[in-house]
Design a protein around this ligand. Sequence first.
Ligand SMILES: NC(=O)c1ccc[n+]([C@@H]2O[C@H](COP(=O)([O-])OP(=O)(O)OC[C@H]3O[C@@H](n4cnc5c(N)ncnc54)[C@H](OP(=O)(O)O)[C@@H]3O)[C@@H](O)[C@H]2O)c1
Length: 286
Amino acid sequence: MSFPSNRPATWFVTGTSRGLGIELVTQLLQRGDHVAATTRSTERLLSALDGRVDTSRLLPLTVDLRDEAAVEQAVHQTVERFGGLDVVVNNAGYGFLAAVEETSAAEVRDMLDVQVVGVWNVLRATLPLLREQKSGHIVNVSSVLGLTAVPGWGLYCAGKFALEGLSEALATEVAEFGVEVTIVEPGYFRTSFLTRDSLALPTRATDAYPGIREMTENHLKLQGAQLGDPVKGAAAIIDEVVRGEGPLRLLLGSDAHAYATAKVDALRANLDATAETAPTTDHATV
Ligand SMILES: NC(=O)c1ccc[n+]([C@@H]2O[C@H](COP(=O)([O-])OP(=O)(O)OC[C@H]3O[C@@H](n4cnc5c(N)ncnc54)[C@H](OP(=O)(O)O)[C@@H]3O)[C@@H](O)[C@H]2O)c1
């Protein structure tokens, strides 16, 4: 059990001015924990928190997560202000809705810069600390679309699948140092995720995919009607970290659980269908 019980814990959370991030920051401050909150706009973060909670244990940090030196500086400031670090939440992310062939190289790079390179920058800056103190918890906010892919979400899924792969490897690498890893896989949550503030669209859409244009319209209309409650989502993440020693994946939402179950069933059927073929490519045993 690595979560401190005799003092406030220190959390480093990314992507905090909206959605799950702002809920996490609010609830952590209400618990009495210390929070270093990174955002692209501390002004937006502070105005979202204004009047909601005591911010004396908050360190708001303007950070471009793609900038390794800026991330290192933010972690340094966190340790200087709070005297250590216990939990890292890689939460920042955004959606992108387009067909694979409509997605430009620049759009691919932008997504992977935030969802993979940015997370990796945070991990490189924080892991030595957690490893040396032999305790800590890394929470990587993925998606159920990090487990299963659907049309129109190819780039987003590519980023989240990458995040899942690195998180799975990381979990086994750092377990011996007392560091836990949790991958959070939400379904649809009622945050800003499906608004034009967050959801990116391709600069060059074609007319070959009317189904994806329709899906985009439907997703924008879904705003405000998503099943998941971010207040409960943030609380579930905090509970999981405080309790410790949970499963690697934390699915949030009955929609997420159903999608993931369908993926596991399809994967099982696929494995069964290739069970005879797979061993036929082995070298003959000598
Ligand atoms: N809501 C859903 O339906 C859903 C479902 C599955 C997974 N998720 C994942 O949950 C996490 C939180 O999303 P949310 O639902 O809370 O959405 P949100 O309300 O749009 O908030 C996303 C946060 O990510 C940060 N962010 C967005 N674009 C960014 C960029 N280009 N560079 C750096 N930071 C960026 C923003 O931080 P700042 O503006 O403060 O910098 C923002 O606070 C994301 O990783 C998302 O992929 C959400």
